[in-house]
Design a protein around this ligand. Structure first.
Ligand SMILES: [Zn+2]
Length: 107
């Protein structure tokens, strides 16, 4: 069985195109390929109310990014300032490059 593939990588800038965080953009912190989810910096913040523990004696509310489904995000091109699709380009030396479909910029 083929593994589900996430179209973005860690460090990519993405924009959320669906769900409650729609329109937000940020950097991908974590990719969870087996769940097809990504964690984006500053997006989909979940508040967790925690009891006081030894590490956090005061307890309280912890804010942490929750993962969003990869189909809800699009790669964001910083060159043309829009969410975009990518195309793959194979260079002369055999290396693969991802380029923006709109402006042709390497991502
Ligand atoms: Zn572009």
């Amino acid at each position: 069985m083929a593994k589900p593939k996430v179209h973005v990588r860690r460090g990519d800038t993405v924009m959320v195109i669906s769900g409650k965080s729609i329109g937000k953009k940020g950097k991908v912190i974590t990719v969870e390929p087996d769940k097809n989810r990504v964690v984006i910096e500053g997006v989909n913040i979940a508040k967790r109310h925690t009891r006081p523990t030894r590490q956090m004696p005061q307890g309280g509310i912890l804010e942490k990014e929750a993962p969003v489904h990869s189909s809800n995000v699009m790669l964001f091109c910083t060159k043309c300032n829009t969410p975009t699709r990518i195309s793959k380009k194979v260079l002369a030396n055999g290396e693969k490059e991802r380029v923006c479909k709109k402006c042709g910029e390497t991502i």
